[in-house]
Design a protein around this ligand. Structure first.
Ligand code: 5GP
Length: 190
């Protein structure tokens, strides 16, 4: 998506070997016009699929997910993160190792908001090693819901997540695909 790539070039900052900071428009300050265009693009990319609900993880997935849900005219549910959790029969829970924070969080969705047979679209801000998406897929599985696809704002193709999801046959669509960081600059795939 050209406007997203342009925005990454303008405002993205490369940190170390493999992290992109985009807190100017996505992860801290949020650009609502851009989010809306991204939400519309996700709806276009998954056009033809029956989707009942959009799932994401708090907090950075919420902005793109809510605009995708608005474009699809369905509810959005975000998994809540908890440091520790007592097992509850009222929620679905998965462990997610955070690539940027280097810690494991439990993420949970209340059983009232995800039901058997629902067709869900997972949206997240970044795809790195695929831990967040895997956690949401485990939760969908536990609820006997079906994952229709995964929509990612920024995919880093050089990390493991994309290959892992392709291997599982998951339909993944990313709005920007980063092949590498070279000398602090972003190199896009394709
Ligand atoms: P994964 O679960 O795929 O390993 O990592 C994805 C999650 O880690 C995303 O939800 C995102 O919050 C965070 N993340 C991974 N890579 C980056 C990055 O380069 N920049 C930022 N800002 N967050 C990232």
């Amino acid at each position: 998506m050209k406007i997203l790539e342009d925005r990454i070039k303008k405002d993205g900052r490369v940190l170390g070997e493999d992290v992109l900071k985009v807190d100017n428009f996505l992860n801290h300050q949020v650009d609502p016009q851009l989010m809306q265009e991204m939400g519309d693009e996700f709806a276009r990319l998954f056009d033809g699929e029956k989707i009942d609900k959009v799932l994401t993880v708090e907090s950075s997935g919420i902005a793109p997910a809510i605009f995708a849900a608005a474009a699809l005219n369905v509810p959005m549910v975000f998994a809540r993160k908890k440091k520790s959790i007592t097992l509850s029969s009222e929620s679905y829970i998965a462990d997610v190792y955070s690539f940027t924070k280097q810690e494991t969080n439990h993420v949970m969705i209340d059983k009232r908001f995800l039901h058997e047979g629902e067709r869900v679209l997972i949206i997240d801000d970044f795809l790195a090693n695929g831990q967040a998406v895997t956690g949401l897929m485990e939760i969908a599985d536990a609820a006997n819901a079906e994952v229709v696809g995964v929509g990612i704002v920024i995919e880093k193709t050089f990390q493991k997540g994309r290959a892992m999801l392709d291997e599982k046959g998951v339909h993944v669509e990313s709005l920007a695909r980063i092949a590498a960081f070279e000398d602090g600059q972003v190199v896009f795939a394709d």
